[in-house]
Design a protein around this ligand. Sequence first.
Ligand code: SF4
Length: 211
Amino acid sequence: MSDLAELKGFLPFSLIDWPGKISAVLFFSGCNFACPTCHNWQLAQEGHLLPALAWEEVVSKLKKDQKWLEGVVLTGGEVTLLPYLEELCRELKNLGYLVKVDSNGFKPQVLEKLLALDLVDLLAIDVKGPFEKYSALTGKKVSVEEVEANFTSIFALAQKYSHKFYFRLTKVPLLTEKDIELTREYLPPNFTLHLQEYINPKGRNKLCQSR
Ligand code: SF4
């Protein structure tokens, strides 16, 4: 692959981004939402202002670390917007890596294709809260019907590829305990909603972790 314009960050080693795996993390800019609680707000909304990393250098480091590194996490931003996501996953697979994709789940057709081609090993999907609160949670007008239709597709995929889905919710201030309980009930049987604590990033008093 040639240089990836949206590749803005690379963490060569992480024990927390893929529970149970030693991983590297690639950060991509751009997002279809503008969550007021986004932890990676600059990356999601102003990523075009950040310099891109040289893909060849990242590949060369990944080749060097193959002996002990197990997987690569693709995160953002929202990586399902990347036109080269499929190619990128394929290249990482060819390097011998397991691949995890973090997503807000609003491009189910993109995720379906990755799964069908066996290019992804784990999908971590944010379920942000009750469908009625999605507009407030994401900073984007989105109807309840749209959210519902979207998650109907995602949950159908999860039932088909059950070992490849990990659902999570960040406990942002807009959510009550009742909201969290309601969100948990959306999930198909035998899936867990993994809760993440809300962390207020430095310098953004109103903006917090939601990815
Ligand atoms: S929290 Fe996720 S979905 Fe929301 S703006 Fe940030 S990257 Fe996008």
